[in-house]
Design a protein around this ligand. Sequence first.
Ligand SMILES: [Zn+2]
Length: 303
Amino acid sequence: MNSKLNKNLRTARDEIVPSRYVVNVGDIEVIIISDGILTPPAESMATNADPKTRNAWLDERFLDHDAFDWALNAVVVRSGDQTILIDSGLGEEYPSFPRAGQFVARLEAAGVDLASVTDVVLTHMHFDHVGGLLVQGVRDRLARDVRVHLSAAEAAFWTNPDFSRTAMPPDLAELARSASREFLSVYADNLMTFEHETMIAPGVVATKTGGHTPGHSVVRISSNGEKLMFGGDALFPVSFDHPEWHNGFEHDPEEATNVRLRLMAELAGTGSWLVSTHLPFPSLGRVAPSEKLYRWVPAPWDY
Ligand SMILES: [Zn+2]
C-alpha cells in the first residue's frame, strides 16, 4: 500500500461521520460507500428550468442557489463467492471538488480488500464513476483478471464522445474525456462489454438504459423475493419532483427524462429499493406515487 493510501485509510477509520451502510437483499449483501460530496453549480441540476422556479425549489429545501451538495455513492455487492464493485467514485480530490475523493480509503475502512474484487460494473464512464479505479496503486491491487463490465455502447461512445448537448463547464468536459480515455487504456484487457443486459452473478443483472450517456446502465439485484436497483445517474434529487429537468451532465437530456420516468414507474410499481449515485447518503429508499407524480421515501436507518 502506498503512503497516500495509508494516510487516507487512517483518516477514514477515524471519521465520526458514517461513510458506509450495509443492507441485505435476500442472500445478497449490498454495502453503500460514500466518496464524499460534489458541488456542481446548482444551475446544472435543472438547465432547462426557469431560474425563478429552480430557486424556489432550492429555497423550499433550504439549499444554496449557487453550488449544489451532490452526494457521491458507489456500492459493493457480495453474491455467492463474487465481490462486485459498482462504480468507484471520484477517487481523488480535485481542485473543483475538495469534499470528494474518499472512495478507496472508505472501501478499505469498510473492510473490503481490493484484491477480493472479482467484478466491476460501470453504470457509465464519467469521471465521478471511474475515478476510484484510476487512483495510483489501485490497478495493481486489483486481481490481474478482474472482470470489468460495461455496455458496448458506453465503451464505443467514449472513443469519440459528443458533449454538444451537455452543459458541463469546459474543465469538467476535459476531465471526462481524459478519465474515460485513461480507463479504457488501463483496463483494456479486462473489459467485458454487453449489448443490452448481462448477468454479473446470481441475482445481479446489469441492463443498459441509455439517456444520461448512450450506454448508461442500471443494476438490478434480487434474492428471495427482495429487490434493489442501483440507479447510477438515472435519478437525481430533483428528479422526483421534476423529471423533466435536464441535468447539465446528460448527453441526451430528453432521453434521460424518458429513462427516469420509466424507472420511477417500475420502482413505484414493484416497491423495489433504490440506491443511487447522487441521492443523499446512504441513498437507500423507495419511490412512491404522489399527487403530483412520485416522491422519494428514504429508508429508516437500521443501526
Ligand atoms: Zn455521476
